[in-house]
Ligand binder design. Sequence first.
Ligand code: BG6
Length: 486
Amino acid sequence: MNNFAMIILGASGDLTKRKLMPALYSLHKDGRLTGGYSILGIGRTPYSDEDYRSYILAELRQFVKSEEQSEELMSSFVSHLYYLSMDPAEAEGYALMRQRLVDLTGDEQPDNLLFYLATPPSLYGVVPLHLKKAKLNSPHSRIIVEKPFGYDLKSAQELNKIYVSVFAEHQIYRIDHFLGKETVQNVLAFRFANGIFEPLWNRNYIDYVEVTAVENLGIEQRGGFYENAGALRDMVQNHLIQLVALTAMEPPAVFNADTFRNEVAKVYESLTPLTEVDFNEHIVRGQYTESGSKKGYREEKGVAPDSRTETYIAMKLGISNWRWSGVPFYIRTGKQMPTKVTEIVVHFRETPHQMFHSAEGKYPRANKLIMRVQPNEGVVLKIGMKVPGAGFEVKQVMMDFSYDQLGGLPGGDAYARLIDDCIQGDPTLFTRSDAVEASWRFFDPILRFWKNNQDAPLYGYPAGTWGPLESEAMMQEHGAEWTNPC
Ligand code: BG6
């Protein structure tokens, strides 16, 4: 690759040190960044190039897996880093940025220029306008924008308008790092590279689907951000709904950026609009409270003592189309749960008739397919088998495929995969403007309902537990229950 340059706006922030630099180091280590490439960090904290390199080197030692650390490679990687201290919110600095870019690449318009917007979301609207004014938006440039893209439908539409006035849609990469995860991509391979499941993958054979993405950490140092986001904006509107889309989408005729993203957008557009009944009965929000040594959300730094921001949400969705009509999709996410797990559980319908018994009485007659995104990455199918011996006693057992059997997960993480795709100009795993808007269109009414009904329930749950009991009650009307992995 000739003349590749990347400009990270927000280079002194948390995302850059935790995710972006380790990902770029991994691309460097794997020989994916070649030639005399340059990475220019932009941030308000003052650093010289040398100081910035030392700072990032120290962070790499902390955030890169120890087996992937090589002092030699890390030093050669940081030698490609440069830093310019400026406020990305103010137009003045952009002429300097341009000059610095020319100095580094010897070119007004490098062949491959990538901007990464890792600033607070409040700057997502102004940065592209400043880039345009400084004539940095060349046709050879691309921009990656972190989530959340917008705060609601209106702000997402406004952002989209700004971005398309500066870049062409094919230059805009709205990142959702879940799509960079191997096991999320594997949902597609599992569905569309195997003939045996597809005939069953519909309302005739599937009873309900669960999508869970929960974490055992709190909000850590992100109180300021989280207070304005909450679980719906932080996880549901993007990550969880992507998982729903991959589970529910139709197979595209060929696999490319357009066809894949068309099918994702179609799922979002088919989500059954929410009604008053849904707001009251099919959406449960919670907030973690103090438990043992764990702080409650309202005690976290940067959080208001009377905050009503949700750290947990569970809800029931419907997809109004031929394949999924009548099949509930139950989704949930939460902070301070007993464990960190992301998985999709597909519950097939029960056998029509019970012939056998198990020692525990009735044996479970429904098969379950669990696609484990993380941890213990793999796929599990639960099936009934005869217990050896006299009689016909049946027990559910697990057919368990674990990624370890393929030699473990490839080293590269989600960010490395996605940044690499962007450098190669492949937008398949990035969110298109129509999908972002369709997703907001669906979730917006919930935000409005909460805003207009300040007394709508927000249930407390002790940190370290599975969330409000009301979320179990929500599933009981379907005879369903959450699958809680241990
Ligand atoms: C981020 C959210 O997008 O995803 C975080 O902002 C969350 O709040 C994180 O912790 C979870 O991602 P992962 O890859 O650790 O499951």
